[in-house]
Design a protein around this ligand. Structure first.
Ligand code: SF4
Length: 433
């Protein structure tokens, strides 16, 4: 029977700054054109390069991702719109499926705050997963805007980096052509420096969860990714992560825990349910258990994934002794951030997942793993079943649940909570007050 040791806890001071950054960029996202900038549907890791054309706001295809994930009825409507136009449920990624539905409903370009139409100017995507690149193509056709897709191989090393660098160089030429702007290398170099810094620091925040008790839980670290999503190429956001990392390290020194109790440490593998991301954390919290690893949140950072499967935070530029001076320097570093340091670009490396997931559970001192068999994902879910076997063989008890990261029609809360509660009881845990 696990003993519920009590630890001190308190909220993070940097939540306030996070909200301030999020609000600021939400407004900027919609008035960017009045300020002479561009609205871009771009994959997150391409933000530093887009900064080379000057003022821009990154949007995903539609502005209603957050709203839809909070309101399953709205989300369902987006999926049904895609189904009705011949994009069948279950045959494509649920995350992209709802985005296509949103585009087909014509909502994509409407400012949710004012109802005014503010179209996206172009799409710049990178193919870490075939669903993503196919949606970029379909999105370009539905919205009638130009699109450019960068192919990223699912291997690391110099040849892979050169292959991506060549395409990034082409993309710069394409950006100049479609925007009529001269690409500003100085802005690109600066943005790339901040981008790398925020990725290396964010990964260090993930590493702090190895401490016992964990100073935050995985879902709190995941929530900290918001500034990176809205302005990860800026000095302000790089500074935010410095501040957040200092604060989390201070929590470790003071013995501050995520929730005041830590009866059991758990890993989560597989993409999370965006519309129900509190369900898992809330369920295990009743037993005093804490998630210390996961996918989407950790993938925001830059990680040096070793041959034995262990994840280490990427070195900072200072630690690498690297100063960016030319466009080629920045392009090569961006390419390396994809093929050598970007876990999201590992998502189809099925053979590497079991070893990585076992190493993560070992290194983060996890005592059990919860695995999402995500029928809505074709990229991150392959290999999760093999990882389940490997985890069991390595001595980690596991439980799996079936759902979909973005389609609530495949979500049965009671199936998940029943399985999870039985699993926690199998681990010897009881509900705590
Ligand atoms: S990784 Fe999964 S959820 Fe993400 S785009 Fe690919 S298929 Fe969709």
């Amino acid at each position: 029977m696990a003993v519920a040791t009590r630890y001190p806890t308190r909220p993070l001071d940097c939540w306030g700054k996070l909200r301030e950054i999020r609000r600021k960029y939400a407004v900027r996202s919609w008035d960017v054109k009045e300020r002479g900038g561009f609205a871009v549907a771009a994959q997150l890791p391409l933000m530093p390069m887009v900064a080379g054309i000057g003022e821009f706001a990154r949007r995903i295809y539609g502005p209603y991702f957050g709203k839809a994930m909070k309101e399953p009825e709205v989300l369902r409507q987006f999926h049904e719109a895609a189904d009705a136009e011949g994009y069948p449920r279950g045959e494509m990624c649920s995350s992209m499926h709802h985005q296509i539905g949103q585009m087909l409903l014509g909502l994509t370009q409407i400012d949710p705050m004012t109802g005014v139409s503010r179209p996206v100017d172009f799409i710049l995507e990178c193919n870490f997963c075939h669903s993503v690149s196919k949606t970029a193509q379909i999105g370009g056709e539905i919205m009638g805007v130009p699109f450019f897709i960068i192919d990223v191989p699912h291997t690391s090393g110099e040849a892979a980096q050169r292959y991506v660098s060549g395409q990034l160089m082409d993309a710069i030429g394409w950006l100049e052509k479609i925007t009529g702007r001269t690409f500003d290398d100085g802005k690109f170099l600066e943005a790339m420096t901040h981008w790398w810094q925020r990725g290396a620091l964010y990964a260090r925040i993930g590493e702090t969860l190895k401490a016992i008790p964990a100073p935050l839980d995985y879902w709190q670290v995941r929530a900290l990714r918001v500034p990176a999503q809205v302005g990860g190429h800026t000095a302000e956001v790089a500074e935010f992560y410095e501040m957040a990392l200092d604060e989390v390290r201070e929590r470790i020194k003071e013995g501050i825990s995520a929730f005041g109790v830590e009866t059991c440490r758990l890993s989560h593998e597989g993409e999370e349910m965006f519309y129900a991301d509190k369900l898992l954390a809330d369920t295990v919290m009743h037993y005093g258990a804490v998630f210390v690893t996961g996918d989407v949140g950790f993938n925001t950072g830059l990680w040096d994934i070793q041959e034995d499967g262990s994840w280490r935070a990427a070195p900072t530029l200072q630690e690498m002794g690297l100063t960016l001076s030319t466009r080629e320097d920045a392009v090569n570093l961006l390419a390396r951030s994809f093929v050598d340091y970007g876990p999201i670009f590992h998502c189809l490396r099925v053979d590497e997942k079991p070893t990585e997931m076992v190493k993560k559970s070992q290194d983060w001192h996890s005592q059990g793993a919860v695995l999402h068999m995500d029928i809505g994902c074709r990229g991150m879910s392959p290999g999760v079943m093999e990882a389940k076997i490997a985890l069991e063989e390595a001595g980690f008890p596991t439980v799996s649940y079936e759902s979909s990261n973005s389609d609530p029609r495949d979500f049965t809360p009671s199936q998940i909570t029943d399985r999870l509660e039985s699993f926690l009881e199998r681990l010897g845990l009881n509900r705590i007050s």
